[in-house]
Design a protein around this ligand. Structure first.
Ligand SMILES: [Zn+2]
Ligand SMILES: [Zn+2]
Length: 318
């Protein structure tokens, strides 16, 4: 029976993976869930909520990172699945990740893989009880996107507000802050700065630096190799940087190679960036694997970089 169940699961998962593009099928394992620090702490932590890309890998939710300072959460990007991954981190013992409590998000750019979870972030916590408005920081266009999302779900809002659902508070409201590079946010826990990065045809694409009393965290956003990342990190504690497999890239069609080169950073290029940025910890994120293994991408980075580096996975706490 057990063998049959395993065999059926493997066949199902192979069928799932065959829906993806040209990647060979691979056996899918459950997401790794790191043991979280369950006691309240003021220490700054980085939680990878989703390490994915547009490829619908069931192990990798859409791109989203939480920086947690003094038990307050600051999200960067809102990829598909963001609220469920936040709930998973909450169940792992991090109170700040209670979806009802999260009210701040910083969007790097408006690509769909980074914003598909935006309606989820607006509505799901509202339905379960959030009664405060959110503050969302992002590039020009964020207000327009927000207005259209609210408009698209207007019938849902009306039914919930005008029907007999107990929760009628306006917890779906968003204060949008369209930002430019520089310091964009400050409170008693953290200072947040945005910096411009180079991401293909996007006019406005940002990375973010978080300065907390005990730690500095830089998140690259989507970018081809950028001096601004080196400058923003400059010896930072944690650099969370996107990456693609160099071996995988070499096997890609020529037109896609041109796109990826202008939009993203290869493992070999990242080694050069990190060697100059000198983070205390480099975290590989938003990994375009193209059928290659985690180990091979790590090896490509390590071939040109001798600092500490880890391959980020969903729900890792760093
Ligand atoms: Zn992306
Ligand atoms: Zn992008």
């Amino acid at each position: 029976m057990k063998f049959q169940a395993i065999a059926i699961s493997v066949i199902f998962l192979l069928a799932l993976s065959s829906c993806k593009d040209e990647k060979p099928p691979e056996i899918i394992t459950a997401p790794r869930v790191e043991a979280a620090i369950s006691s309240p702490t003021t220490a700054t932590r980085v939680i990878l909520l989703g390490t994915g890309t547009p490829n619908p890998d069931p192990n990798c939710s859409g791109p989203a990172v939480a920086v947690v300072v003094n038990e307050e959460a600051y999200l960067v990007d809102l990829g598909a699945g963001v609220v469920r991954r936040a709930a998973a981190a909450y169940l792992n013992g991090i109170d700040a990740m209670n979806p009802e409590r999260i009210t701040r998000a910083f969007i790097t750019h408006l690509h769909s893989d980074h914003t598909l979870g935006y309606p989820d972030f607006i509505f799901t916590p509202w339905v379960i009880g959030r009664d405060r408005p959110m503050d969302v920081y992002g590039p020009p266009g964020t207000q327009h996107m927000t207005d259209k999302i609210i408009e698209a779900w207007r019938q849902d809002i009306n039914v919930r507000e005008e029907g007999n659902q107990p929760n009628r508070l306006q917890g779906y409201n968003v204060n949008v802050h369209e930002i430019s590079p520089g310091e964009i946010y400050r409170d008693g826990n953290v200072k947040v700065s945005a910096f411009a990065v180079r991401h293909g045809a996007w006019k406005h694409a940002y990375g973010y630096r978080f300065d907390a009393p005990d730690r500095s965290v830089v998140i690259s956003g989507d970018t081809s190799p950028a001096e601004s990342v080196v400058d923003a990190c400059n010896g930072c504690d944690v650099l969370v940087h996107e990456v693609y497999s160099t071996a995988g890239f070499n096997a890609r069609p020529v037109d896609w190679q041109a796109y990826h080169k202008a939009s993203h950073t290869s493992s070999v290029e990242l080694a050069k960036i990190a060697s100059r940025a000198k983070p205390k910890l480099l975290v590989l994120y938003h990994q375009l694997k193209w059928g290659m293994t985690e180990e091979s991408i790590l090896a490509e980075v390590r071939s040109g970089y001798d600092g500490e580096v880890v391959y980020g996975r969903d729900l890792d706490v760093l």
